[in-house]
Design a protein around this ligand. Structure first.
Ligand code: ADP
Ligand code: MG
Length: 691
């Protein structure tokens, strides 16, 4: 590291980066594009790769295609105006010759008669010669180093970035604490923070290029994961310090519900409900995530939880991501709970003003015991009388802030606010360690069993131009008393075109299948119309439902046994799995037909093949994770974990458990570095949960 003269003001890592020497507003803007705002951010801007500049290479055709350090004498240099080239020079060493191109308006040119140490990629030039474009001119002192190559941006060259990182390291020398507890560092044999950063940014030739498994890397990875998990675990810890209504179970409402139903809960449903009941029976708010594959019966578990609250004289709210799903839940819950004397209400954005007013009044005075709604539920004018339980269905569709806003609807007693218990449900099965991290602020229950009597779904892939073959198939299925879905293609950014496609598909199918009753649902219809069509399909007044992907989540019509998905090659695994989950809910054999258009990309081909091969949500989720990365899968919820700087949730998965345990240790002993760790890695402004 070379010492730098710093402007006097730049003395802490929390200073804006423009306090550094050589950073004006232009460079600051370039750095901002790399998410580098503070001086300290430079430290976490880690190299993409390294260049070994420790060895001078002799010019030879063997070097073509490689980056190399060469030592040449210039014997000819001409200015050029042709194209963008400014100068072309000829250089030579003992073994050969090379043509050197300089581009752009700025930077040093090569002078005839001088010797230079140059670094750059060697390419094949004209007439079998060698050439190098835009060689980097090296100082002789630097030729011993392994150089870091950073993720860059236009106009900001590597030597500039290196010089800036170097300045940040110099400041870090005076202004950086090692926040990892030293006991942990010693136990794991990790270097101190500064030593680790030096090793990564400016490796020495004797130590060699650092790999990801190098203790220097590992300690940064673990520290970053620790900071994120700390933030989540702290939130969990803080919320569980708050008060909630203690809701003992053991009443008879749920038993009476089971008695009225035609089925027994599965062992997995019973176990998860027990875990929920144990949580509810405490004065600390429950924070539980129920993960269960499509069709595993999460709704019954939700009903069991709601009845416990209602039985104790409180209200329960269920929030669904779409009006369609809210409506379906409302119908379902009304059917289940009204016979038990429980009043079930619906709150959705599309209700008439009068209906809405009536529902709001019933919520506020406590007549409404159970309410189901979309995000309309957590708007300000919604007042509850005695809300004790909040259930969020398909939670990956919501941001954390929406869930938290609803949990603010608790009651106040003696001036203290009382939090509702929170139950969130998701059908996105992600691997356990990842779930334990991404949802570290929640306790997790898994419904790992499907209700019995489900026959597997046979999945077939069919080229779209053979869709006529399908007509006979739809006819056969519907004539035997079953129902079918036809899902129309997704049209990006245009609900209008999507709706038109759905309408013309419905028209064509009505012509081809005149004896069938065919319904239509798309995103451009009013919610009243959508709900009416859905209700008619559920009541078997339609044989076939033509729909856009609005039916993706939650829709439950057990008599449907055929699902046809157009343009399946353009959909992701999670979405295909969700859509396919709309069939196979009854005892008859079900079919899912995936239509695709040639040519199909390799990735799409892999997805379709996997869909045909398995129905296992976890396997599909893992493949999805590999294809799209955790950021996409976890969605808006975990912007923090999805935007890691050093760690990678997949590459570093095996460190997650250690980091989570460390987080809990630090919280248990109220370690003084907790907040500083979170500030260092997540920042003060970007508080967790404020998505
Ligand atoms: P999801 O987990 O996808 O939300 P649902 O709660 O919609 O699943 O349940 C899917 C279907 O299975 C529903 O028709 C539901 O009534 C039914 N079901 C739920 N639990 C059982 C069970 N234990 N035995 C039989 N059928 C069940
Ligand atoms: Mg559901």
């Amino acid at each position: 590291m070379t010492p730098h003269r710093l402007p006097p003001k730049a003395d802490t890592l929390m200073d804006p980066v423009d306090r550094l020497a050589g950073v004006g507003s232009r460079v600051a803007a370039q750095l901002a594009r790399l998410s580098i705002h503070l001086i300290g951010d430079l430290l976490w801007h880690l190299p993409l790769r390294y260049e070994n500049r420790g060895q001078i290479q002799s010019l030879s055709p063997y070097l073509i295609g490689q980056s190399a350090l060469i030592h040449v004498t210039i014997h000819d240099a001409r200015p050029l105006r042709r194209g963008k080239a400014r100068q072309v020079a000829q250089g030579y060493d003992d073994m050969g010759e090379i043509t050197l191109w300089q581009f752009g308006r700025f930077g040093p040119t090569l002078q005839p008669g001088q010797q230079y140490l140059l670094y750059g990629e060697i390419r094949a030039g004209a007439h079998g010669g060698l050439e190098m474009a835009q060689p980097e001119i090296m100082q002789s002192a630097q030729h011993e180093a392994i150089l870091a190559v950073y993720p860059g941006t236009d106009g900001l060259n590597q030597s500039k970035l290196r010089a800036l990182v170097d300045q940040a390291l110099t400041i870090a020398l005076q202004d950086m604490d090692d926040l990892l507890p030293s006991t942990v560092r010693r136990r794991e044999g990790w270097p101190g923070l500064l030593a680790a950063l030096q090793r990564i940014h400016v490796p020495t030739l004797s130590e060699g290029i650092p790999q990801r498994s190098d203790p220097a890397f590992v300690r940064l990875i673990v520290e970053e994961l620790l900071a994120h998990l700390l933030a989540l675990r702290l939130r969990h810890h803080e919320l569980t310090q708050e008060c909630a209504h203690k809701l003992p179970s053991g009443g008879s409402l749920y038993q009476r519900l089971l008695h009225n139903l035609s089925f027994e809960p599965t062992r997995a449903q019973a176990r998860v409900l027990q875990e929920i009941h144990a949580d509810l029976d405490r004065t600390a708010p429950m924070l539980r995530l129920v993960q269960g594959d499509v069709g595993s019966g999460k709704t019954l578990v939700a009903a069991g939880a709601a009845l416990t609250a209602i039985e104790q004289g409180y209200q329960a709210a269920l929030m669904a991501p779409t009006a369609l799903l809210a409506e379906q839940h409302h119908r379902n819950f009304s059917q289940w709970l009204t016979p038990l004397g429980v009043s079930v209400h619906l709150l959705s954005g599309q209700q008439s003003a009068a209906d809405r007013r009536a529902n709001l009044a019933a919520l506020a005075d406590g007549r409404a015991q159970m309410v189901i709604g979309t995000h309309a539920l957590f708007q300000e004018q919604v007042q509850f009388d005695r809300l004790a339980l909040v259930i969020v269905d398909e939670q990956h569709r919501f941001g954390v802030h929406q869930r938290l806003a609803l949990s603010d609807k608790g009651t106040r007693r003696d001036g203290a606010s009382i939090r509702p218990h929170q139950l969130v449900m998701t059908a996105t099965p992600i691997p356990r360690t990842l779930a334990m991290s991404a949802y570290a602020d929640l306790d997790i229950s898994i419904i790992d069993e499907l209700p019995p009597g489900r026959s597997p779904i046979t999945t077939a892939l069919i080229r779209a131009d053979r869709r006529d073959d399908l007509i006979a198939r739809i006819s056969a299925v519907c004539d035997s008393g079953r129902q079918a879905y036809w899902v129309c293609p997704l049209v990006e950014d245009s609900e209008r075109i999507e709706a038109q496609a759905a309408e013309s598909t419905a028209t064509a199918l009505r012509e081809a299948l005149p004896h069938l009753r065919i319904g239509l649902v798309h995103g451009r219809m009013s919610s009243t119309d959508k709900n009416r069509e859905m209700a008619q399909f559920k009541a078997h007044e339609y044989d076939l439902l033509v729909a856009t992907t609005v039916i993706e989540v939650g829709v439950d019509v057990p008599n449907a046994s055929l699902m046809i998905i157009e343009n399946a090659d353009r959909m992701g695994l999670a979405q295909l799995h969700q859509l396919r989950g709309r069939v196979g809910r009854g005892a008859t054999a079900s079919f899912c037909i995936l239509l695709f258009d040639e040519p199909v990309s390799d990735k799409a081909r892999t997805r379709l093949a996997l869909m045909r091969e398995t129905q296992d949500g976890f396997r599909l989720a893992e493949a999805d994770l590999e294809q799209r990365g955790p950021g996409e899968i976890l969605g808006t919820r975990q912007t923090g974990l999805a935007r890691l700087r050093v760690a990678d949730l997949i590459l570093d998965e095996h460190w997650l458990e250690l980091a989570r345990n460390l987080a809990d240790e630090l919280i248990a002993e109220n370690h003084p570095h907790k907040d500083a760790l979170i500030r260092r890695w997540i920042g003060a402004a970007q508080q967790y949960g404020q998505v």
